[in-house]
Design a protein around this ligand. Sequence first.
Ligand code: ZN
Length: 488
Amino acid sequence: MAAERELTRLGIQVVYAVDTGDPATPEGLMTRRIFQALDQYEAEKIGRETQRGLRENARQGYLNGGRPPYGYDLCRVRHPDPARGALGHTKSTLVPNADQADVVREIFSLYLAGRGLGEINEHLNRSGGPPPPSPGAPMRNSRRRWARTTIWYILRNPVYCGLLVWNVRDYSEFRLGLGSIKRKPKSEWITAQQAHQPVVPIDQFERVQVEINSRRRREGSSRRRSKQKRTYAYRGHVKCATGHNPLLMAGKTVKDHTYYACTYARQYGAEAAKEAGHFKTELIREDVLHDATLRFFAHEIFGGGRLQILREQQEALRREVNPQAGKARKRLQTSIAETERRIRAQVIAIEDGLELRLAQNRIAELEQELLELNGALADIETERKEILDIDSACTVLDSIPDLLGALRDAPPELLSQVFDAFRLTLEVNRVTEELTVRVFISSALGGAKTIEDVARLAPGKTDGRPMRPPVSDSFIAGAGFEPATSGL
Ligand SMILES: [Zn+2]
């Protein structure tokens, strides 16, 4: 099978970290592990902020002067209230950006002409094609390509037919890491008949929505027919980082083997995948991942040298963590100040005659965010303490029983829960030919006696209802493990 041959040729090596230092020596391995832990610490914080940024964009942020949707520019106009206007106060409205509006119109007509998202994507990514929308978060889409999801959101966004709609997306499961962003029922949407110029006529927009639903029904039914449900133990735990930002790989079964496939080419097009230095379909076999994971657990988590590894990391961690946490804290404090300012802006908007119901909704959202921000700030303090508390870290690690045998024999469903509890990630990089294994050790793991105990610590997915994960978010860095990356 082609994929197996490729794997041998690449000689994927399992390393427990990447960064400076020669992994062949204990010192090198240690250094790498520490850097990884710190990178992760940062990534987690940035991740939370990115989510907030995306949420912000998806809402009516631009009304308050945030980023306009692709196809529009933000135009500040003199405040309609003469007294406020005289004071130099402004309001923001959307005006079509001629070039971008043409692209939006093209996307809508291509879709109605029967073209798929992939085809439209390839068309836009042609050389000399229009530049994609600038990403909300700079670390995303670093290769500046149109993505299928971008096209998808454009086709679904009623802003293009002149409506401002918000409260559309449901982030409740996404925020807990239990699922994707969902759409709320239409009855909960809030529509403002804002006076901005439509880019596509409303009837064309509605025809596209009908078309989206009917294509989805067709695809959905064929998918259900062809695939029976099965559990991929590593689902949500494997990422491809081959020349691009880490992206989850999707499980698939080909003949008797289970693989995980990178979706980068599907998302950004074959050309972008080639540029990133990987195949159109980047696959990794599950048994390769499983071997690496078991070896990792055997050595770093259950092995006799685990406390030694942890103690060796302590000094370097202490030197690195403080400045990192300081930066994260500063960012959060800025966000808190900004959110407080936005709440005040809403109060002013009420005074200006904004419908009370709209403002109340927005204020409630902002207050929720404020709550989360303050929570994150408190987390940083806790995490910082825990990172540096070597003795309790050792206690937790030392109390985890050797579950290697149980892990080896576990069925996929159980494995998947155990991996959730450890927040395992495996990151594949074909360019550097490395596979990086990372887990978090939560203090909640300290009490686990059996593999089932560990599984119960996984964030629950029972009957599709989001539950607060019983595992505390705080972690002990350096406990002979690499931390996990959480992505979108
Ligand atoms: Zn990839």
